[in-house]
Design a protein around this ligand. Structure first.
Ligand code: HEC
Ligand code: HEC
Length: 174
C-alpha cells in the first residue's frame, strides 16, 4: 500500500516537472526566436526594403552595359571611375553592405541611388580613400612584413558599423 502511494506520487511529480519544463521552453524561447527572426529580416530586408529585389532591379537596368565604366552607366561616380558597372554593384553588395553588416539604406535612399542625402555615403568614399592610403603608403613603409599585405573594409568593420576596440570576453575556463 505504502509503495503504491509512493509510486503514484513519483509519477505525479514527474508529470508536474515535465509540464513545467515544456512551459518554460515555450515562454523563454519564443521572444528570442522572434528577436532572431526580426534581426535576420532586418539584415536581409531592412524595414520594408528588400535588398535582393533592389539588386535584381539594378542589374536588370544595366543589362548590356555591365562592362562599361561605372561613370557612364551611373550618375554620380567619384570613387569608382573606370570600374565596370557590374563590379560597382558587387562592391556595394559584398564589399560595403556585408562588411558593415547593413543594407543599402544605411548609405542610400533607394528612390535615387545617386543622391547624397545620407552622410554615410561620403563617409564611405573617405573610408575608401583611407583604406587605399593605408594599402599603398602606410603598409609599404613597414619593413619585414609580407609585401602583399593588404586591408579592406572587412579588416576593421567585420560586419559591424562601429569597429570593435576589444575582443569578446574569453570563454570561462573548463
Ligand atoms: C557604406 C555605404 C554604402 C552602402 C552600404 C551601399 N552603397 Fe552604394 N554607393 C556608396 C558610395 C560611396 C557610392 C558612390 C561611389 C563613387 O563615388 O564612385 C555608391 C554608389 C552607388 C550606385 C551608383 C548611383 C549613381 O547613379 O551614381 C548604386 C546604383 C549603388 N551605390 C547601389 C547600392 C546598392 C544596391 C547597395 C546595397 C546592396 C549599396 N549601394 C550599398 C556607398 C554605399
Ligand atoms: C582602419 C580601420 C577601418 C577601415 C579599413 C575602414 N573603416 Fe569605416 N570606420 C572605421 C572607424 C573607426 C569608424 C568610426 C566608427 C565610430 O563611429 O566610432 C568607421 C566608420 C565608418 C562609417 C560610418 C558608420 C556610421 O554610420 O556611423 C562608414 C559608412 C564606414 N566606416 C565605411 C567604411 C567602408 C566602406 C570601408 C572600406 C572602403 C571602411 N569603412 C574601412 C574604421 C575603418
Amino acid at each position: 500500500m505504502y509503495s503504491v502511494m509512493k509510486k503514484k506520487q513519483r509519477i505525479i511529480s514527474l508529470i508536474v516537472i515535465s509540464v513545467f519544463v515544456m512551459l518554460s521552453l515555450v515562454v523563454f524561447s519564443t521572444p528570442s526566436a522572434l528577436k532572431n527572426k526580426a534581426q535576420a529580416e532586418n539584415l536581409s530586408a531592412g524595414d520594408d526594403f528588400n535588398q535582393t529585389e533592389a539588386l535584381a532591379k539594378l542589374r536588370e537596368s544595366i543589362k548590356g552595359k555591365e562592362k562599361e565604366p561605372a561613370e557612364t552607366v551611373f550618375k554620380n561616380i567619384q570613387t569608382f571611375k573606370g570600374r565596370p558597372a557590374a563590379q560597382l554593384l558587387a562592391i556595394m553588395e559584398l564589399g560595403y553592405s556585408r562588411s558593415l553588416g547593413v543594407t543599402c539604406t544605411h548609405c542610400h535612399t533607394p528612390e535615387d541611388w545617386s543622391s547624397e542625402s545620407k552622410n554615410q555615403k561620403q563617409v564611405a568614399r573617405d573610408m575608401a580613400a583611407m583604406t587605399q592610403n593605408i594599402n599603398t603608403q602606410l603598409l609599404k613603409n613597414i619593413k619585414n612584413i609580407n609585401e602583399k599585405a593588404v586591408i579592406n573594409c572587412t579588416t576593421c568593420h567585420r560586419g559591424q558599423v562601429t569597429p570593435a576596440l576589444n575582443l569578446p570576453p574569453p570563454s570561462p575556463k573548463s
